[in-house]
Design a protein around this ligand. Sequence first.
Ligand code: ADP
Length: 432
Amino acid sequence: MTILLGCIADDFTGATDLAGMLVKAGMRTVQLIGVPQEPAVADVDDGIDAVVVALKSRTAPVGEAVAESLDALRWLQQAGARQYYFKYCSTFDSTPRGNIGPVAEALLDALGSRFTIACPAFPANGRTIYKGHLFVGDLLLSDSGMRDHPVTPMSDANLVRVLQAQAKGRVGLVDHADVQKGGGAIRSRFQALESEGYRFAVVDALSDADLLNIGAACAGLPLVTAGSGLALGLPQAFRRAGLLAESGAADALPPTGGLRAVISGSCSIATQGQVARMRETHPAFRVDPFELACGGDVVGAALDWAASRMDKGPVLVYATAAPEEVKAVQAQLGAAQAGSLIETALAEIARGLLELGVGQLIVAGGETSGAVVKALGITGLRIGPEIDPGVPWTVAISKSSNGRPVALALKSGNFGTRDFFIKAWRFLQPSD
Ligand code: ADP
C-alpha cells in the first residue's frame, strides 16, 4: 500500500480531531489506536490517503514519547507514506523538557531530514500565531486558561522561545508578512532558514487562507509538525501535485449491515438527554451498578433481553444516571471501582451484542468507548460521515469475531444533539 500522509498524534482525541479534518478536506483516512502490530499494515485498505496513529505521548516521559513516536513512524514508513505529520495540541501543550521538541527532532533524524515547521494555529477555533506568539481567542496563550493547566501549564506565548527550550536545533520564525505573500514566499523563507542552520520555523497564521499558503509551502518537507489546522492546507497541496482526486466522498464507508444497538456509560448532561429521548421510543435495559457489585449476571440478563428485541430495531443498554444516583453508587462502591466495574460490564455486553449479530453500534462515553474498543480487539477505524460535530461513524478495519464488518460511533460525553441515538442511523446504509 502507499499512503500520502502518515500522521502521529500525541493523544487520542487529537488524533480523532485530525482524522476528521483530513476526511473533510477530501482524504480517505484511517485512525489507528496505538502503535500497530505488524499485521495491521495489511489490514488497512489500499484506497486510503492518510493514516493517523493515536498515541498517548503528550505527557509521557520524554524517552517514552520519543520511542513510541519512532515506532509509529516505522509503521507509517512501511505503509509507504509520502509525507509525515506530527500532530500536537493547538495550544502547544507541553512541558519545558518536551515532548514536542524532542519528538520532532527524533522524527527529523529518523527521516534524514534537516528542517521542519511548528504551527499549532487553528484559526477557526481561535488559535492564531502572530510574530511567533500564540493567541487563544483574544488572549495570549500565557494569559489563557492554559496558564493553569494541571499537567502542561503554558506560561510563555512566544513559541520560538518555548520550542527553543525543548529543542537542540535552532528555532526561527516565518513572519506573517511573508506568509500572506503566498506559498512561494514561505518556501523561500524555509530555504533561507535551513541554509542558515535553523532546524525549525515557527510559522505565523491568522486565517485559513494562511494555512492554505503554508500547506502549499510544505509540499517538499518530509515532516511537518502542527496542530490539526494544517490539515486544511496539506490536501490541497497533494491535489495540486496530482496525487489526490479533486473531489470524491472521502467519508464513504464500506457497507455494514446487521442489528443496531446503543451502549451508554456516559453520565454527561448531553448523554442523559439522549438516553431519555431514546427511551421514549425504543426498548431500553438499565445496567444496575449495585447488582453488578453483588455479582449478579447483569451481562447475561442484558444479552438475553436484547436477543429477543433487536430484530425489531435499535435497542439501548445504559448505565447512564443522574448526578444524585451516580453519587449514591460512588459512595457505596468507590468512584474508580464503580467506573471500572461498569465499563467492564458494558464492554462485555458490547462483545456479546456483536456475537448476537449487531453490526452497527453506538457507544456513549470516552472511557466507556475505550473499554469497548479494547474488548472488541479493534486496532483501527476508517473514518466516515460526521453525525454531529466531532462524532463520525467509523468502521473497524478488521472484521469482528462474528466475521462481519462493524460500524461504530464513539461519542464523548457532551457531544451530540438530544436525538443523536435516533438520527445517527440515517448516516449509514439500512440494516439488512
Ligand atoms: P464521558 O465521556 O461522559 O465522561 P465516560 O465513559 O468517559 O463518559 O465516563 C463515565 C464513567 O462513569 C465511566 O467510568 C462509567 O463506567 C461510569 N458510570 C456510568 N454509569 C454510572 C453510574 N450509574 N454510577 C456510577 N458510575 C457510572
